[in-house]
Design a protein around this ligand. Sequence first.
Ligand code: HEC
Ligand code: HEC
Ligand code: HEC
Ligand code: HEC
Length: 235
Amino acid sequence: MARTGGQSIIRRKTLHALTNPIQGKYYDWPVGFHVGLDLKNFWKLEEHKLGETTFTHFADGTAHKNRMQGNDFVTSAMYTHGVRCFSCHDVHGTGNNAELLKPASVMCLQCHGPQSPNGPHTATIEQHTHHPAGTAGNECIGCHMPKIEQTIADINVRSHTFKFIPPSATETLKVPNSCNSCHTGETTEWAKKALSSWPNASRGASRSKMVQRGRAPDSQAWRIECNIASQHCSS
Ligand code: HEC
Ligand code: HEC
Ligand code: HEC
Ligand code: HEC
């Protein structure tokens, strides 16, 4: 366990929360947390009822505003498998966007190559994304981290649930979806139609399939070792 950037990210944010709680009541960072302790004991999740769009949340539970990466991330399968903020970020000046250890296009693939047990479960990445290599639509973060969360300056930042948000969720829950966040000139109907022709897009069935294959959370410690910081990956 290195002294990682994650610690400094958290520390900086803790200070931020202490000095500047939004509207005097929303604490953005896990006050009292430091590396080695269990984040979930310190990060009090904002209260939210599914189905309601509020200052902090979209109706599907995705964060509605910036500075909620932690609230988002604890809902991801990656969190339950031991991936942490510092698996991807290091504040000690990486020179990459958002202080990522590697540019996102490289970093995701280190744990998610084609056929990796972590998914996506296709022979090539293009078979999963249905977009040609080298285009924005083939980038993991395009669909799994759409820029939908608002900052004060009206600049949107990326969601950290890592969930693909289907076009139908825009219709039913008013949450911006992954497809139309790029295809802004198209309708949700267009996106649903295109998506329905993708044979391997299970649209929600993927998690239960993993469970059927016996890939229960925390049963595969080796995958956690697939850590970018140590430059090796067993997948
Ligand atoms: C699996 C990798 C991964 C994990 C884990 C992760 N992030 Fe990120 N984070 C990213 C990527 C990718 C970006 C977007 C970079 C870009 O836009 O090029 C990002 C962006 C950010 C940003 C900048 C805002 C933005 O979206 O541009 C902040 C702040 C941030 N992350 C905080 C966190 C915190 C806090 C945690 C832990 C609770 C965390 N991240 C966990 C990959 C990750
Ligand atoms: C340090 C290794 C690691 C890195 C880096 C990483 N992942 Fe993951 N990811 C995992 C593991 C482990 C799982 C859980 C696999 C399982 O459920 O069997 C996972 C699961 C996922 C899932 C399924 C999530 C769900 O909640 O159903 C998505 C989507 C995903 N990752 C996207 C990304 C993206 C996008 C990036 C790059 C920004 C990324 N990952 C970087 C290890 C990693
Ligand atoms: C153009 C959109 C798109 C892009 C780009 C994309 N995905 Fe996905 N991904 C999806 C859809 C759709 C699903 C199915 C969602 C569901 O079933 O809820 C999915 C599901 C997944 C899953 C869970 C199911 C499985 O097959 O294991 C993982 C893991 C995943 N994606 C990882 C990635 C990674 C890593 C990248 C980048 C190499 C990536 N995705 C790029 C759309 C995309
Ligand atoms: C990060 C941006 C991005 C995301 C997210 C994205 N796309 Fe695309 N998409 C593109 C780009 C760029 C092209 C053009 C690719 C090329 O040059 O061939 C494209 C092309 C397409 C095309 C073929 C050309 C056309 O316009 O008819 C379809 C269909 C399509 N996307 C559907 C989808 C669907 C469905 C989703 C959600 C599952 C999605 N895209 C998500 C960027 C994106």
